[in-house]
Design a protein around this ligand. Structure first.
Ligand code: ACO
Length: 334
């Protein structure tokens, strides 16, 4: 049976660093509050307004091709998880492919907020498992700074910019995407959304004046749903695959808030030494968090490692994926 193995990982972040103290200069907050409530110390912000989401993704996808020794022309399909596309249409995936010269690929975006990379990963794996394609690139990237109201202290402190990607290729070994459980509940839209810019509230002077082109988040309601859902779905994927906590090498959790991650790890019985974390440096990059974690920790990943990816985001969307890692990260050419 063919499985979809992750065979390379890459990432990219804007150079500009915004610390908690930088934020405290223009919004009523403090380094102490942000670190205690979220675990974030700093985040990257793309302050060059000539750059859009595809421009942040392109260096990552090119690095991915270089590491795996393939040409962009070999890519069959590229799927991009993002809620900050360059434009409403065409898709950011189309633009990335044009910029890198992936002229034999077709491509599209997936909109699932913080679960965007995970939804795209599971979707892309299907095209490999059927035997249809040999090289599928999955991108997760967001420029959250472009849809954040920097006068709203309850949301602006959590988000950052950046993203990454993985390559999926077929394997007949016991490795790759082993199982996934995905969920969506549109009733969650009340608590987390961006009102304007779509067909409900097309852009107008009024929508701009009312700040409707920014993320609206009821932090506490989202927190409650996220902590419960991420923990439960991660425990469920372990149970149904008979995985004990000692079988898990790594938890790869969406970086929304350190307290949500701790709740998930506790429910799974996984110690902090097995939890990938980089929220302190990048904040919540929405669809970018999971590929950025895999990129940061790649050298520590070993062939055969059982990893559980888990995410929760706008929609609501949430789920978990069991991946058996397919190569020794220490051998990759980062
Ligand atoms: N600095 C200082 N004080 C603040 C700040 C701030 N940045 N933000 C809020 N406060 C204040 C509030 O005004 C409130 O004060 P009050 O008690 O005087 O009214 C107090 O701190 C507590 O506010 P809460 O909203 O209860 O703070 P909470 O502990 O819930 O933390 C946070 C807020 C960080 C947003 C948290 O709720 C959270 O992480 N929520 C989940 C986020 C998430 O997972 N999102 C999903 C993914 S995002 C996506 O899909 C696009």
């Amino acid at each position: 049976m063919i499985k979809a193995a992750i065979t390379a990982v890459a990432g990219n972040l804007p150079e500009n660093v915004m610390t908690n103290d930088d934020l405290a200069k223009f919004v009523d907050t403090s380094d102490e509050w942000i670190q205690t409530r979220t675990g974030i110390r700093e985040r990257r912000i793309e302050n060059d307004l000539s750059k859009a989401t595809s421009d942040v993704a392109v260096p990552a996808v090119l690095e991915l091709c270089r590491k795996r020794g393939i040409s962009p022309e070999e890519i069959d399909l590229l799927i991009c998880g993002t809620v900050t596309p360059d434009m409403v249409f065409p898709s950011t995936a189309n633009l990335i492919c044009a910029k890198i010269g992936a002229k034999n690929a077709w491509s599209y975006d997936i909109s699932a907020a913080c679960s965007g990379f995970m939804f795209a990963l599971c979707t892309g794996a299907q095209f490999i498992e059927t035997g249809r394609y040999k090289k599928v690139v999955i991108v997760g990237v967001d420029l959250m700074s472009r849809i954040i109201d920097y006068s709203d202290r309850t949301t602006c402190v959590i988000f950052g910019d950046g993203g990454g990607c993985v390559l999926l290729e077929p394997t007949t070994e016991n490795a790759g995407i082993m199982d996934f459980i995905l969920h969506a509940d549109g009733n969650g839209a009340t608590h987390l959304h961006m009102k304007a810019g779509g067909s409900r509230f097309p852009a107008s002077h009024d929508t701009v004046d009312k700040k409707m082109h920014f993320v609206y988040q009821e932090g506490q309601a989202v927190f409650k749903h996220a902590v419960y859902s991420m923990a439960e779905v991660s425990a469920k994927i372990m149970e149904r695959n008979n995985l004990k906590s000692e079988d898990i090498s790594w938890l790869v959790p969406h970086q929304a808030n350190k307290r949500i991650v701790d709740g998930t790890a506790n429910r799974m019985g996984v110690g902090p030494e097995k939890v990938m974390m980089n929220i302190e440096r990048y904040g919540n990059t929405t669809a970018g968090t999971i590929p950025l974690l895999l990129w940061d920790y790649e050298k520590q990943l070993k062939k055969g490692d059982n990893i559980i990816i888990s995410a929760f985001g706008g929609g609501f969307t949430w789920g978990s994926v069991w991946v058996k890692w397919a190569y020794d990260g220490s051998q990759s050419g980062k």
